[in-house]
Design a protein around this ligand. Structure first.
Ligand SMILES: Cc1cc2nc3c(=O)[nH]c(=O)nc-3n(C[C@H](O)[C@H](O)[C@H](O)COP(=O)(O)OP(=O)(O)OC[C@H]3O[C@@H](n4cnc5c(N)ncnc54)[C@H](O)[C@@H]3O)c2cc1C
Length: 396
């Protein structure tokens, strides 16, 4: 067992940290208040190869390992504390990977290069107004009509709806297939028969969330992923990959919160001594740091498992992969949220101000507690299934 990163991984991690310090941090408040990631930030990400990292070079990506992508996600979560850039990053990485793995050659050549260049957006649309956890009962329908698939239905709480409209691009969309299974289709947002709606979130303001309505929306058959009626597995693979990067972004944000807090409790005095000398605060720091360290290595192991099996198309360790990913997605967001909350309290009244900026992380990380990329209870259901067996899944 060797926990060291390779020289290349360390060098890349350092380059992304510099990008986070020099480009993301100076822009994070603007990202939050303007409600978009500036074009120059996306250009800089594309120049560093940070968009859709795991996509193979022939389609414009860098063919990065899950471990390298995980390291980058940590740094991006640390750099833009609002989490908006991290969301953009992990959607492109996770769903770009899925398209590169299960898409047709024509779709990959057409869709992926502009995504990797930051000139188009790629996301996922599974959630519906009636719910996002119980995907097997989703209502959007697709059927084949000649050389196209026709979609009817509605999606909700979908990230990047506005970006896909303005930049161009679309979402990998899960629908009930006429065959009785599920189709996963790349659906460009600028398709006739699609209308969009913007929702108003409380955080990660730099990336939009919205609804998509399909009324006889026709997408060419070349945009089908996998085979007709067999898209559910492709979508689940995407969630497995994307959840690992979500967790990594939360870990980066947690580390930034603790670093901010440590600098403060070294300097700020109460009752004649630095706050860091009070065990009530010092021990809290130590407990939080220990949790972050544990979840970080749990996350890197999940990425290593993805590289060892999932990304190679090897399903033989599915249960091990599912346990690793679900447990890290169950742990990383609450640990990160707790770090931000505790550090806000160390700052006292100042922690409640926008000047200190901890509220950016407080609002952003909350999205991963309420449900983005799967609610915490859904991670528990996956783990319960893996630990006790399918007969213990608490629903039909
Ligand atoms: C900021 C943000 C961005 C998002 N981006 C996207 C996106 O890009 N694409 C997309 O498709 N979706 C997106 N989502 C939606 C997300 O996937 C859903 O929020 C998630 O799947 C949960 O669905 P829901 O919100 O409908 O909650 P519900 O499914 O209605 O669940 C409500 C609550 O009940 C819990 N619950 C559900 N079933 C059970 C059970 N059997 N046992 C115990 N508890 C249960 C859930 O964990 C949750 O806490 C986004 C969400 C947010 C907040």
């Amino acid at each position: 067992m060797d926990f060291r990163l390779s020289d290349e991984e360390e060098a890349f991690q350092a380059a992304v940290r510099r990008f986070g310090d020099k480009v993301l941090r100076p822009h994070e408040r603007e990202i939050d208040t303007e409600g978009r990631i500036p074009a120059e930030v996306l250009r800089a990400m594309a120049d560093l190869g940070l968009l859709a990292m795991p996509v193979p070079a022939e389609y414009g990506g860098m063919g990065a390992s899950a471990v390298l992508t995980e390291l980058a996600a940590e740094e991006i979560g640390r750099g833009d504390f609002s989490m908006a850039t991290a969301v953009f990053f992990l959607l492109e990485a996770g769903w770009g990977y899925v398209l590169s793995r299960h898409g047709t050659e024509e779709a990959k050549r057409e869709v992926l290069p502009p995504v990797c260049a930051g000139q188009a957006f790629l996301g996922v649309a599974t959630t519906e107004p009636t719910g996002g956890s119980d995907l097997a009962n989703l209502r959007t329908r697709s059927h084949r009509d000649g050389g196209a698939f026709v979609l009817h239905g509605e999606k909700a709480f979908v990230s990047g709806v506005e970006e896909a409209k303005t930049l161009g691009g679309g979402h990998l969309t899960l629908a009930k297939s006429a065959t009785g299974g599920f189709d996963l289709l790349y659906v460009p947002t600028r398709t006739d028969g699609i209308s969009t709606q913007r929702f108003h979130n409380m955080g990660r303001m730099g990336i939009s969330t919205g609804g998509l309505t399909y009324q006889d929306a026709r997408v060419p058959a070349k945009y089908l992923l996998g085979t007709e009626g067999h898209g559910f597995g492709c979508a689940m693979e995407g969630f497995t990959v994307a959840r690992t990067f979500v967790s990594a972004a939360c870990i980066g944000a947690a580390e930034r919160a603790l670093e901010t807090g440590m600098a403060y409790i070294r300097e700020r005095k109460a009752f004649g001594q630095p706050l860091g000398k009070f065990e009530g605060i010092q021990f809290e720091l130590v407990d939080l740091w220990t949790q972050v360290e544990a979840v970080k290595w749990q996350c890197r192991r999940a990425a290593w498992l993805l590289d060892s099996y999932t990304l190679k198309g090897d399903d033989s360790h599915r249960s091990e992969v599912d346990r690793a990913v679900a447990s890290v997605k169950l742990t990383a967001p609450p640990v990160a949220f707790e770090c931000v909350k505790r550090v806000m309290m160390w700052f006292g009244a100042a922690g409640y101000t926008k000047d200190v900026g901890l509220e950016l992380g407080f609002r952003g990380i909350m999205s991963y507690l309420v449900g983005a990329e799967g609610g915490l209870n859904i991670m528990r259901i996956i783990l319960g299934r893996e630990l006790l067996g399918k007969e213990f899944v608490p629903y039909k």
